[in-house]
Design a protein around this ligand. Structure first.
Ligand code: F6P
Length: 360
């Protein structure tokens, strides 16, 4: 196999704290191995025209370790295999243009940093002959094959801090405070931030809830003197027999947007308990800001491992955290699946044993 001298790196899907740390690690590690890095802008759009990419040297990535967002830009809409794109050489099938430009730019491999959607696209390009190494990114922590995605720890730390702040005002006013957190179809952020913040109820998509059970638990707290309560609701949580709350239905190649369940739970709990209730949606604040040290280290290890896999010619793979190691997984074993909270999760059992209700 001829050795690779130039690779492309891109970030796709929703941003997550730690993307810049991965880019930095990829660029520095590759450069130290004599491999040139081309930064591709806005996910696969960076392969549509030559002016959508740039050479990245260690100088270009110095100092970005601690920054949220991504210096390359990202997008979480569009499917290259079912859409056309206008190029300087006429309209083409998006995926054909990506493959054409990959070769024209003299790239030997692509490091694709993204969530489930982006990794699925990367896997499809892999099947069409593009050497791919994936890096799992998402605050939702829902990618199979890795115990952690970078970004998750930062999102949980932020949500936990928010819950701490809500605790003091909830207690002062003897109110119920409902906090809606992200996570899509998985309850990882809600579960971890809920336990970390000492919530009294945690509602997650994996356990359809009954609010009369939640209300009974909150009334109990009143009886023994804790006249306030904190309820953490994952955006994908839904009532028994009900359905997920949407801000926007799926359309074209754009996925549905979850949200609104926090306000609904808030209103219903006011009715059940007769107490004053308020709700807060943490939303995109969970994706912003500096990555925690855990995410910086994980992202750096992922970036370094991705370059190692490129050098070893291990393609159609994804780097993954299998504590204490960073390992390679086959993308085929990862894509099209969602890692949800298992019912035998130790954290779930621990929270229940402490008296936290999940509304079941
Ligand atoms: O996947 C990450 C995530 O932040 C989800 O938790 C959330 O449902 C979604 O992205 C929001 O996406 P958008 O950036 O389109 O609002």
């Amino acid at each position: 196999m001829p050795s690779i001298t130039r690779i492309g790196v891109l970030t796709g899907g929703g941003d997550a704290p730690g993307l810049n740390a991965v880019i930095r690690a990829v660029v520095k590690t590759a450069s130290n191995s004599g491999i040139e890095c081309i930064g591709l802008e806005d996910s696969f759009d960076g392969l549509i025209e030559p002016d959508r990419s740039r050479i990245l040297t260690p100088r270009d990535v110095t100092g970005i370790l601690r920054f949220g967002g991504t210096i390359l830009g990202t997008k979480n809409t569009g499917n290259p295999f079912s859409s056309d794109v206008a190029t300087s050489e006429g309209t083409k099938r998006y995926s054909d243009r990506v493959i054409e430009m990959f070769h024209k730019m003299g790239l030997g491999a692509l490091v694709v940093i993204g969530g489930d959607g982006t990794l699925e696209i990367a896997y499809e390009f892999g099947k069409r002959g593009i050497p791919i190494v994936g890096v799992p990114k998402t605050i939702d922590n829902d990618i199979v094959g890795t115990t952690n995605c970078f970004g998750f720890d930062t999102a949980v730390a932020f949500a936990t801090d928010a819950i701490d702040r809500l605790h003091t005002t909830a207690e002062a006013h003897k109110r119920i405070l409902v906090v809606e957190v992200m996570g899509r179809y998985a309850g990882w952020i809600a579960l971890h931030a809920g336990v970390g913040g000492g919530a009294d109820a945690i509602l997650i998509p994996e356990i359809p809830f009954d609010l009369s059970i939640v209300a009974a638990r909150l009334r109990d707290r009143d009886l023994w003197g804790a006249k306030f309560s904190i309820v953490v609701v994952a955006e994908g949580a839904y009532p028994k027999g009900g359905r997920q709350s949407l801000l926007e239905a799926a359309h074209g190649t754009t996925a549905e947007r979850l949200g609104g369940i926090g306000a609904q739970v808030c209103e219903a709990l006011a009715g059940f308990t007769g107490k004053e209730t308020r709700s807060v949606v943490l939303g995109h604040l969970q994706r912003g800001g500096a990555p925690t040290s855990f995410d910086r280290v994980l992202a750096t290890r992922f970036g370094g491992k991705a370059v190692e896999l490129v050098k070893q010619g291990q393609f159609s793979t994804m780097v993954a955290f299998d504590p204490p190691d960073i390992v390679a997984r086959q993308l085929a074993d990862v894509v099209g699946k969602t890692k949800t909270v298992p019912m035998d999760s130790d954290l779930l059992r621990t929270a229940k044993a402490l008296g936290v209700t999940f509304g079941d």
